[in-house]
Design a protein around this ligand. Structure first.
Ligand SMILES: *[C@@H]1O[C@H](CO)[C@@H](O)[C@H](O)[C@H]1NC(C)=O
Ligand SMILES: *[C@@H]1O[C@H](CO)[C@@H](O)[C@H](O)[C@H]1NC(C)=O
Ligand SMILES: CC(=O)N[C@H]1CO[C@H](CO)[C@@H](O)[C@@H]1O
Length: 583
């Protein structure tokens, strides 16, 4: 079979923007940029002016959202701004209008997937052959990394004894596609999820039974040779079935559908397993700088950027726990390239993992220096301890550096350990569709997610809810349209619909799996930014199941996003016979 998956506009609240301030000496320029990647703003800014990187200080207090759209694309605004500021020797500011931002900044990569699958009579997968075509637009940007992440996540949560996954980069006439939360993973996973469901349909077996049978078990090895240690996807799966009362609710659906010829309800379950680490190995490094002042207050800097994901809150907690002092003594002011150099983009879900570890190491260095004074006088308060060390001429500033150990991938052999670990979860969604209008409502969603020992459950639940609703937009209401010459036609909220308040599931339950741990990240936590996004595919497949109620055949093509038009046309009747089928 084959399936198409559409792209997605980031629609962050703050568009790309930059202020460049020439310092009037030695070619120094300060850039305040809405980028997820200050290192890149600094590097390309220096290259545009022909000065070394040490003349450029790039900084960011916080961004109004990024979602990957500001990982590599910030330079299209920061470079012209810095050149203008240097030429005029005056501060220059550039802020894009929404339609300018949409037309030039690029979107999620649209995908086409083709697959062949071998399975036995029980529904167990024996072998898969998957081809992924990625629409990169007119430049390379980060397309190669996106495709790699898509390929390495193409198994989603399923064990494939034998697999061939091929990725193809397609250069086209559309705006250059770029990073977007999930980074190719969701596009590949929804294609896999589609054929898993088709296997069940072909055999006439319950879909959840075929899915469960193929889920990873402890010590199974991925098709690229990485073992799954402390596999939790099955636990999340069984837990979500229990918490959502899946079995009981399934029966009431039949009753509803028998009574209503034009409205249909259905439920679908979706697992997720998402690998954590940049597939470009050298990016898995981070730095942090901790200053303790003589009054005992602590200034923390790390390489990560706050963009609404709560990173600074989590980092403040890490410093508080490592130093054993209350949060109100710790402050994070901003991120800049003068304090922590060469930081990787705040991306790939891994920023708490990487910066948190670097920060913890920096705090440990300071604690070690304070230790003799604590030993001498165990009753000393933090402030007095700091003071004692200061008067004894001890450095109260330390830099921490972390690199993720034991990862790497050999693309020639197609084998290795590209990921430090996996974040896993499962979701169950119920929808109701209107067969005459193609409209739909998400009645209920239940999610169980393994986040290890959460650093901050409130932030993690918020990230799960946010990722889910953003993914829901991708798979249902958001549709990019381009003209035949490749320019984007959907340039604002009037033509491009994003989820709003009423699109949130009417009942929405998120739980974190108990009793999980993770030695691979700071304080046994797990990365959470991207993995839950794919769980929104449970809505897409519930819609497809509901459509199935009014069709004769159990296997039919259904592309993403499941827009109103696509749902209406998939509910075949004598009206749809008269129209051209949309694909
Ligand atoms: C960099 O950030 C720190 C706070 O994190 C601040 O104290 C310092 O002044 C900044 N440096 C520059 C050159 O802006
Ligand atoms: C697996 O889980 C056990 C028990 O929670 C823990 O001690 C161990 O460190 C974990 N190992 C990995 C690699 O996740
Ligand atoms: C000296 C050093 O670590 N340089 C690195 C800074 O970070 C960039 C990418 O983030 C690397 O390309 C440099 O090698």
């Amino acid at each position: 079979g084959e399936m198409r998956v559409g792209g997605q506009e980031h629609f962050y609240m703050e568009t790309h923007s930059c202020i460049a301030i020439p310092k009037g000496e030695d070619g120094e320029v300060e850039i305040i940029s809405s980028t997820q990647n200050l290192n890149s703003a600094q590097k390309w800014g220096a290259s545009a002016l022909g000065v070394p990187m040490n003349r450029i200080n790039a900084k960011a207090k916080r961004l109004g959202g990024g979602f990957g759209g500001k990982e590599s694309r910030g330079n299209i605004v920061s470079n012209p701004t810095i050149v203008a500021a240097n030429k005029l020797q005056k501060p220059v500011r550039c802020v894009l209008e929404r339609h300018e931002d949409m037309v030039m900044s690029g979107s999620r990569h649209p995908f086409l997937g083709r697959y062949k699958v071998a399975f036995d009579n029980e529904g167990k997968v024996l072998a898969v052959d998957i081809q992924l075509y990625s629409n990169c637009g007119h430049t390379m940007d980060v397309s190669c990394d996106v495709l790699e992440t898509a390929m390495l996540n193409a198994d989603n949560s399923y064990f494939f004894p034998s697999a061939r996954v091929t990725g193809l980069l397609c250069k086209t006439n559309t705006p250059s596609s770029t990073a977007f939360r999930g980074f190719g993973g969701p596009q590949a996973m929804i294609i896999t999820e589609t054929f898993m469901r088709d296997i069940a349909a072909q055999l006439g077996k319950p879909t959840d039974q075929v899915q469960r049978m193929n889920l990873y078990r402890e010590n199974d090895v991925t098709f690229y040779g990485q073992p799954i240690i402390n596999c939790s996807v099955l636990k999340c799966w069984d837990e979500v079935i229990k918490r959502s009362s899946y079995e009981q609710r399934k029966d009431s659906l039949k009753e509803f559908n028998a009574k209503n010829p034009w409205r249909k309800r259905a439920m679908a379950l979706t697992p997720v397993k998402y690998g954590i680490s940049f597939t470009t190995t050298f990016l898995n490094q981070a730095g942090a700088l901790v200053h303790v002042y003589t009054d005992g207050s602590v200034l923390v800097t790390h390489g990560g950027i706050e963009m609404g994901q709560g990173l600074h809150t989590k980092m403040t907690q890490v410093a508080s726990r490592a130093l054993g002092i209350p949060i109100n003594l710790i402050h994070i002011s901003e991120t800049n390239t003068s304090t922590v150099p060469n930081s990787s983009a705040t991306a790939g879900s891994a920023s708490s993992d990487l910066n948190g570890m670097a920060l913890m190491l920096a705090c440990e260095i300071i604690l070690k220096r304070l230790h003799p004074y604590k030993e001498k006088n165990p009753s000393l308060k933090w402030e007095d301890l700091v003071s004692a060390a200061y008067f004894d001429r001890v450095s109260l500033s330390a830099a921490g550096f972390y690199r993720t150990p034991d990862i790497g991938f050999d693309w020639e052999a197609g084998e290795g350990q590209p990921f430090a670990y996996f974040t896993q979860g499962a979701a169950c969604s119920e929808v109701e569709i209107d067969c005459l209008t193609g409209d739909h409502t998400v009645l209920r969603t239940d999610i169980v997610m393994d986040v290890g020992k959460s650093l901050n459950p409130a932030i993690d639940v918020g990230q799960i809810e946010g990722a889910f609703v953003q993914g829901y937009g991708m798979f249902t209401v958001e549709e990019l349209r381009t003209s035949p010459d490749g320019s984007l036609l959907t340039l604002g909220p009037a033509t491009y619909k994003i989820p709003s308040l009423s699109d949130i599931p009417l009942e929405f339950n998120v739980s974190l799996l108990h009793g999980s741990s993770n030695p691979k990240a700071v304080y046994s936590s797990k990365a959470i930014g991207e993995p839950p996004l794919f769980l929104s595919a449970s809505v897409f497949f519930a819609i497809k199941e509901a459509v199935k109620c009014v069709r004769k055949e159990a296997i039919f093509p259904f592309n993403s996003p499941a827009t109103c038009e696509r749902i209406r046309l998939a509910c075949v009747d004598h009206f749809t016979d008269q129209s051209v089928l949309l694909h």
